[in-house]
Design a protein around this ligand. Structure first.
Ligand SMILES: [Zn+2]
Length: 464
């Protein structure tokens, strides 16, 4: 089959621009001057609408111009955007892509293939220096991958998270945050087994050091306590659902007591399983509405991670599912109801995939699936799209450079064959991905996907 006229033009323009021979056509293009995407439909995620027939000029990895007219001449590459839709690159707010080095390269490539140009990684298993080297190599263009933001993991004794920092007492919680800050972590991710005192100590230290602080709300802490302590980003809905039960304080106290006994992780897991039906039956909409109002008032972010519930998903349950997920149908339905309610009340929701080594097929695709789940739960497509574009930009304090197709923003953009505001599944129809000024056309994305699918893939170094 001959490539479409669009692909031919892109390939031809690309080859001329890059000086590559046809045999190297699957490499990303790194144009040495401005690129113009002509006559494209720009998806304005802020307004939730499409602006048709726009000229988008990209220069040095940044968006220079978006408008009816593009400055004449000067472009080294023109991409025909007719009939296509340009969105900001997507962000995954919760991933375990960097858990192991051999898997990471393929995982990061798969993210790009699906139009995900930013990932917040919460892996715990590797030393920070190793993770930082991966970030450096990707940023330098030595390996293909999205922008990466790292969070340092803090948990309690009995953790399921290999490599997590552990704390038991308030002083240890403080000390671990101090150590993580000194090691360069800008963000602390808490996990379920962190004891209450250690959590409060860590929260205090993180606030003093102005570090990002969030993650699982520990089992020994109520949602209200966590919000008051400065928990900025809540991962998973299980503790939010528990917060909608009038017996939350009693159940949290029971769990805190289990943490001090023998085999805490195993016993807690049993307790959670036994209590879930009662928690679901206790669901109190009024209490839930007050909790949502508190989340809105404090500007807290919530990452629902509905994928962690999907034990029946072809990709298997998410990485955190061992603790949070594999939920029964009533819990899954309540989580969806919660998402709809939190969204309706104006809580800042973030899309996250929970993708990790147990489900490596879901890197990138898992985020698209999560966006589809958010729409199935009741979010309109334009508002679902916000959870992977503008909202993560706000979380990271980078809304002047990320999350929109707008002048002065990073040119991390995705060209789609169809309008995602009509149908969120159109996010699967990726034609071209641009990240850090590198242009991956469909052929380059297919080559990247093929290489990432090889067992223990070792991706080639990307040509500069
Ligand atoms: Zn997770």
């Amino acid at each position: 089959m001959f490539p479409s006229r669009y692909v031919q033009r892109l390939l031809l323009g690309s080859l001329l621009a890059s000086g590559l021979t046809p045999g190297q056509a699957q490499q990303p293009l790194v144009p040495k001057g401005p690129v113009v995407i002509r006559n494209v439909n720009v998806v304005d995620v802020r307004a939730g609408q499409v602006i048709s027939n726009q000229q988008v000029v990209i220069r040095g990895g940044c968006i220079d111009v978006v408008g009816r007219q593009a400055p004449a001449g000067g472009a080294v590459l023109t991409i025909d955007g007719r009939g296509k839709y340009l969105i900001p690159g997507l962000w995954d707010a919760h991933s375990h892509a960097l858990t192991s080095q051999p898997a990471a390269d393929a995982a990061l490539a798969q993210y790009l293939v699906h139009g995900v140009t930013g990932v917040r990684d919460v892996s715990s298993a590797r030393p920070r220096a190793e993770l930082a080297e991966t970030v450096r190599a990707v940023d330098a263009g030595e390996r293909p991958g999205p922008h990466l933001v790292l969070a340092g993991v803090l948990d309690g004794p009995g953790t399921f998270s290999p490599g997590a920092r552990l704390a038991h007492t308030q002083a240890q919680g403080r000390a671990q945050v101090d150590t993580q800050a000194a090691a360069g972590w800008a963000c602390i991710e808490t996990r379920a087994l962190l004891p209450r005192a250690a959590y409060l100590g860590a929260a205090e230290a993180a606030a003093q050091r102005r570090l990002g602080f969030g993650g699982d709300i520990p089992e020994a802490v109520t949602v209200g306590e966590a919000l008051a302590a400065g928990h900025r980003c809540v991962a998973h809905l299980d503790k939010v659902l528990l917060g909608c039960s009038p017996r939350e304080t009693e159940i949290v106290a029971a769990r805190a007591a289990i943490l001090t006994g023998p085999r805490p992780a195993w016993t807690l897991q049993q307790h959670r399983a036994e209590q879930q039906a009662a928690i679901n039956a206790d669901f109190n909409p009024g209490r839930c509405a007050r909790l949502a109002a508190d989340l809105v008032q404090r500007g807290t972010f919530v990452v629902p991670l509905l994928g962690a519930d999907q034990a029946e998903s072809p990709n298997g349950p998410g990485t955190c599912a061992r603790w949070h997920g594999a939920a029964d149908s009533t819990t899954v339905a309540l989580h969806r109801q919660l998402v709809a309610m939190l969204h309706h009340e104006g809580v800042r929701l973030l899309a996250g995939s929970d993708a990790g080594p147990q489900q490596d097929a879901a890197y990138g695709l898992g985020l698209i699936e999560e966006l589809e789940r958010l729409v199935a739960a009741g979010l309109p497509p334009d508002e679902a799209l916000l959870t992977a574009t503008l909202v993560p930009a706000v979380l990271l304090g980078r809304q002047t450079e990320l999350g929109e197709v707008a002048p002065a923003h990073n040119a991390d953009v995705v060209l789609l064959d169809a309008n995602p505001l009509d149908d969120i599944r159109n996010l699967r129809r990726v034609q071209t991905v641009i990240v850090r000024g590198r242009i991956y056309n469909r052929a380059a994305l297919d080559a990247l996907a093929a290489e990432a699918a090889k067992p223990a893939a070792t991706l080639r170094t990307v040509a500069r």
